[in-house]
Design a protein around this ligand. Structure first.
Ligand SMILES: [Zn+2]
Length: 418
């Protein structure tokens, strides 16, 4: 089915759809005025933990039950959409410099069934009059149901990438983008006293809706953390809180729809002080064999700080896929989460920046430029001064390249038990 027939069907059927709902303007944010509009809160969201079909409780909002006509009212005058980005760990521009970005030029895929951030930048015409405007994001599912999300902001000036408060944006949950979901964005006046002028560029696409061109493959990761006790260093801290911290970091970074992560109940033990990280890594492998784990379950060993002779590490994670062990250690500002992500990156076939990958686009320190996003904190990861997770240079985050490569690996290695 093409997009046009889908949207037409959507508009027709939406009035009776339980999925369709409008959000109240409770989270009005003022551009240029700090009011918790920096992205740390859910100004407007989709779904939350509730199911949209079950009434649509929204993150930071609620289901008003009143249908919103996405096209009702006056389109914004002198304000045009300059950029649209979907960010599910790495920023993917759908519109840049006011122009659509072809799918072939995207450096990473949009993943269906994964939460993220949808943000819209605007340009303002000369002599712009500061006023409140409403951004409307219309999502249309392949079954024709639609959802309209609104975000009201005082538009003072053109948007800045670094400041979510200057962008119309929505933190969305895993139900927002499904296979075949399409979108449209419009900026509208909120009062009858709109200035005179043209409203061109205030809707994207100009008519109908646009495809996300998402990947709909199942991308899952199952991880077992194997605590290893050694004769030196301090004991590894094992807690639900630590596990949850790791879970969030790994899920935030990788192109996943689902992550299952558990501690292995039985600890492995090394008498005396291991000579190096390899000895600890071998324990993950030994545990894996002992448990007769399925192929798609990754085992990562964890040991406490200073747990081996060369010691002094804050956190260590060692993963195995089949019989291939990788090891690493280090102390980063993000703690053990960043290290586990690095080791799991190896498990998903990623080498270090300086190794065996001729298409690697960054330098040996993995320096890259691009906005990241952490779902668990609802915060942007700064676009510069970051280094790819596969590098040894901190601070690290998932680069677009590594994200894409991990997604390709996971696509080629679907979860077992289907
Ligand atoms: Zn490494």
């Amino acid at each position: 089915m093409n997009t046009d027939s889908r949207i037409r069907r959507g508009l027709r059927s939406s009035r009776s759809s339980a999925w369709r709902f409008a959000l109240p303007s409770a989270a009005l944010c003022l551009i240029g005025v700090a009011q918790g509009c920096d992205g740390s809160g859910d100004a407007m969201g989709v779904g939350g933990s509730g199911s949209p079909s079950g009434g649509g409780s929204a993150e930071g909002g609620s289901d008003s039950g009143a249908p919103v006509d996405p096209e009702e009212g006056t389109r914004a005058v002198g304000v045009s959409i300059s950029a649209i980005e979907v960010n599910q760990a790495v920023g993917i521009r759908l519109v840049d410099g006011g122009r659509p970005v072809p799918v072939s030029e995207r450096r990473a895929p949009i993943i269906a069934g994964r939460p993220g951030l949808f943000r819209v930048s605007v340009e303002t015409a000369e002599g712009h009059r500061v006023r409140e405007l409403e951004g409307r994001l219309t999502l249309t599912r392949s079954d024709g149901t639609t959802k309209v999300l609104t975000d009201r902001r005082l538009v003072v000036r053109a948007s800045s990438d670094a400041d979510l408060g200057t962008q119309f944006h929505w933190h969305f949950d895993e139900t927002a983008i499904e296979e075949g979901t399409t979108f449209a964005v419009g900026i509208f006046e909120t009062s009858d006293e709109a200035p005179a002028g043209a409203s061109s560029g205030s809707r994207y696409p100009e008519s109908g809706s646009a495809a996300f061109d998402e990947w709909a493959d199942r991308l899952e990761l199952k991880v077992v953390l194997v605590p290893v006790e050694t004769g030196c260093g301090s004991k590894l801290l094992v807690s639900d809180e630590a596990l949850e911290g790791n879970r969030k970091y790994i899920f935030d970074a990788f192109p996943l729809q689902k992550l299952t992560i558990t501690y292995r109940e039985a600890w492995r033990k090394i008498e005396g002080c291991p000579s190096g990280v390899g000895e600890i890594a071998a324990e993950a492998l030994a545990a894996r064999i002992e448990d007769d784990a399925p192929d798609d379950v990754l085992y990562a060993a964890l040991s406490g700080p200073g747990s081996f002779a060369e010691g002094g590490a804050l956190g260590q994670a060692f993963g195995t896929v089949g019989s291939a062990p990788y090891s690493g250690n280090g102390a980063g500002p993000d703690g053990v989460g960043a290290i586990i992500v690095h080791e799991l990156g190896h498990n998903l076939g990623r080498p270090h920046p300086w190794e065996e990958d001729e298409s690697y686009p960054y330098d040996d320190e993995g320096g890259y430029v691009g906005w990241g996003y952490r779902r668990s904190t609802r915060m942007l990861v700064p676009s510069d001064g970051r280094h790819d997770v596969m590098s040894y240079t901190y601070p690290t985050w998932m680069s677009e390249y590594t994200y894409r490569k991990c997604a390709e690996f996971l696509k080629d290695h679907p979860p077992s038990g289907l």
